[in-house]
Design a protein around this ligand. Structure first.
Ligand code: GDP
Ligand code: GDP
Length: 438
């Protein structure tokens, strides 16, 4: 289920990252400590009074090649308006209003979404007269806080969470039955073309809903009797039509789509190869435990077997951390091999939701024991007694062992490789837990 989103906007230096860190502190819900995956520090999970939400520091998002400073601030505000359920507009109580604040306020005055105007850096609760000039922004109530000391943030969060509760009650496509697929990739990779190919030949598209503000365009369709919900992040961009040449807030949109996805399709332009952005998005999908299929598109114009092999090697090398994702090369333009994308989705989903019988797992574990390959720390030698699958979406395996503290990353990697050799888990990540049992 997708969590509601709170976007923190404001010009540089007003204290956005300080504010976000204070709120997200200790709230990082790390599902699985992945090796070699860089966490994105702009996109946090937070919890207040039992309400979980996502918190985005718009200042922390690298917004590509922006031309001007003003444009960048403006785009952050647009991102907030477009994507968020609640917007926190931060201003600096020490320096007062400036032209950049006014530019943001102009955008925010036009939205119907809840905006909290937060006057930061009021470290001394007595100095609240600094507050009043901010009424000129025309955004209603003001919330004095000190992100540095934490004053005022509790009251603010109470009110924010109150708004979010109302969002949560609104109907949402998340409860949709079927397979949730997110199509992700940088602009021009061919996401829309792929989406068209995937849906065109299907007569059974149920609806193309321009839904709630939270999920603008989901395509619901049925294929071979199986319902799918496809979120095409490129389609969303076009739908938004705020500013055609603005791709900046695509990142948050991709994150949002991944949050809800069972299977992520990462579309890569085969003529250009991989970008950092692709890797960043992929690591987020890994972190979220999504199944994944890598789609190498525009294969029709990658010329010759040598060039093709080069691209494949490059992807295999740079995407080692999602080694479980199959790579399917296609042409979304001609439709060539698009069927294989469907097959890969179905296979990945099957593994993502599948369970391996306990007796088969324990036969496998017995084989591992027989190899004699184990780890030790000092005098303690790891002994694994029993294994069972304890979750799906993605599959989680719990090992009962004498000394969980002895398990190393390397050893986990070894176990994962062996498990994948013994059982077909193509397309899905797996998670391991080690529990103590004497
Ligand atoms: P951002 O650019 O909006 O993310 O701003 P930062 O969070 O990086 O903060 C900019 C500067 O303001 C830093 O030096 C912070 O330490 C300072 N700052 C942030 N919040 C407060 C606050 O509540 N009180 C004071 N006195 N300084 C703050
Ligand atoms: P998006 O921004 O990711 O949605 O990308 P589009 O689907 O809009 O495609 C961007 C451009 O690449 C368009 O001009 C497409 O016609 C072209 N394109 C997409 N897929 C292919 C392909 O498989 N082969 C070739 N040659 N061109 C493609």
């Amino acid at each position: 289920m997708a969590l509601p989103l709170v976007a923190v906007v404001g010009r540089p230096n007003v204290g956005k990252s300080t504010f976000v860190n204070r709120i997200a502190e200790g709230n990082e819900a790390i599902v699985h400590e992945m090796r070699g995956v860089t966490r994105d520090r702009s996109y946090h999970t937070a919890d207040w009074n039992g309400v979980e939400f996502k918190l985005v520091d718009t200042g922390g998002i690298e917004m590509g090649d922006e031309d001007t400073f003003q444009a960048s601030i403006r785009n952050q505000a647009l991102m907030g308006v477009d994507e968020a359920d609640v917007i926190v507009f931060l201003v600096d109580g020490k320096t007062g209003i400036n032209a950049d604040d006014e530019a943001v306020a102009r955008i925010l005055r036009r939205t119907s979404k809840p905006v909290f105007t937060v006057v930061n850096k009021l470290d001394n609760p007595q100095s609240e007269e600094a507050l009043y000039e901010f009424y000129a922004l025309g955004l209603g109530d003001l919330w004095p806080v000190s992100s540095l000391h934490g004053h005022g943030t509790g009251d603010l969060l109470d009110a924010v969470v109150e708004e979010l509760r109302q969002v949560e009650c609104s109907p949402d496509a998340d409860d949709e039955e079927g397979i949730n697929v997110a199509i992700i990739g940088r602009p021009n990779a061919g996401k829309s073309s792929l989406m068209n190919q995937m849906t065109n030949n299907q007569r059974s598209i149920v609806s193309d809903v321009a839904g709630t503000t939270r999920d603008a365009v989901d395509t619901h369709m049925v294929r071979n009797g199986v319902p799918y919900t496809i979120v095409d992040t490129a389609g969303l961009r076009r739908k938004a039509k705020i500013d055609e040449d603005v791709e900046y807030y695509g990142f948050v949109r991709a994150m949002r789509a991944i949050d809800r996805a069972d299977v992520v399709l990462l579309v890569i332009d085969g003529t250009l190869g991989l970008t950092n952005e692709d890797q960043r998005v992929a690591s987020y999908a890994v972190e979220r435990g999504c199944a994944m299929v890598i789609v190498l598109n525009k294969w029709d114009i990658v010329e010759g077997p040598e060039a093709k092999q080069k691209v494949r090697d490059f992807i295999a090398d740079r995407m080692m951390f999602v080694g479980y994702a199959p790579v399917v090369s296609i042409s979304a333009l001609t439709g060539k091999r698009v069927d294989r994308v469907w097959d890969a989705i179905d296979t990945a989903y099957e593994h993502y939701t599948g369970t391996i019988p306990t007796n088969a797992l324990n036969r496998w574990l017995a084989e591992i024991r027989e190899t004699g390959h184990t780890v030790s720390k000092g005098k303690a030698v790891l002994r694994m007694k029993y294994i069972t699958q304890t979750a799906v979406k993605p599959p989680r395996f719990t090992f009962f062992v004498n000394r969980p503290d002895v398990v190393t990353d390397n050893y986990e990697r070894f176990l994962e490789n062996r498990l994948r050799k013994a059982f077909d888990l193509t397309g899905t990540p797996v998670q391991f837990r080690f529990k103590k049992k004497d």
